[in-house]
Write a protein that binds this ligand. Structure first.
Ligand SMILES: *[C@@H]1O[C@H](CO)[C@@H](O)[C@H](O)[C@H]1NC(C)=O
Ligand SMILES: *[C@@H]1O[C@H](CO)[C@@H](O)[C@H](O)[C@H]1NC(C)=O
Length: 220
């Protein structure tokens, strides 16, 4: 039973691969994630300073913070906040579709283009996570005094609800595609109607023209 539960959990844990990227000065890096409705996304990051020449990595200087901005598929800003150099941000979607998360540093003071150590860049380690994270379940287990098996059941229930949201999202996208193909279909129909009308008009014009021609030549 436990193995089965763990297998199920293992296959649908919604942790996205951790990644890192470098920023120069006021550069902004954006990530686009397609997300279902009413889904929570957490991003956990840690910014460090890399000295380009030596590749040495050090902690950031105080006063450096990160700015995170999230926009929904309609371009509405759903989060626009400053955080420290290390932290966690979270938001919940209220519209299904592509969400854009943009990360930048809130100051350029950390760059020492011609400083003692040469040029520096900001390295951000980041991990995105869909749904509740490990800390949340630890807290739930402690607060509700759940056994390990009970906790697994809670996690599974959450994952099932996430899967059903994903399915809703797929349906929502399907609806979008169907609307597009219906529009195309009606256009194709109109094109056919216009073609038929053209053929009829040309036919009529040809008959009157021919009739006139034959009458003039006194052939009928
Ligand atoms: C940047 O963010 C840090 C951490 O939140 C803050 O201490 C600092 O004052 C901010 N700097 C600017 C220029 O907004
Ligand atoms: C997304 O969820 C919100 C709140 O439950 C709801 O008002 C909205 O209609 C949903 N959007 C879609 C496209 O299902």
């Amino acid at each position: 039973m436990k193995i089965l539960l763990q297998l199920l959990l293992g296959t649908c844990l919604a942790n996205l691969e951790p990644l890192f990227f470098d920023l120069n000065g006021r550069e902004t890096r954006c990530f686009i994630e397609e997300m279902p409705n009413e889904t929570m996304m957490t991003g956990k990051y840690h910014a460090k300073i890399v000295t380009t020449a030596t590749g040495m990595i050090s902690e950031t200087t105080p006063g450096l913070g990160m700015h995170v901005k999230v926009t929904d598929p309609e371009g509405k800003v759903i989060m626009d906040k400053n955080y420290g150099s290390k932290g966690k941000f979270a938001f919940t979607t209220h519209t299904p579709g592509s969400h854009k998360m943009c990360i930048s540093s809130n100051t350029t003071k950390w760059t020492e283009e011609h400083g003692a150590y040469g040029a520096q860049r900001l390295r951000i380690d980041i991990q995105f996570h869909i749904g509740e994270d490990r800390q949340y379940y630890k807290r739930v287990a402690k607060d509700d005094k759940l056994s390990e098996l009970q906790l697994h059941v809670v996690k599974l229930a959450d994952q099932l609800s996430q899967i059903s949201k994903e399915q809703d999202f797929q349906r929502y996208r399907e609806e979008g595609f169907r609307k597009i193909s219906e529009i195309l279909n009606s256009r194709v129909l109109w094109w056919a109607v216009i073609q038929i009308m053209l053929v009829v008009c040309v036919g009529l014009w040809q008959t009157t023209h021919m009739r006139g021609f034959f009458l003039k030549k006194k052939l009928v």
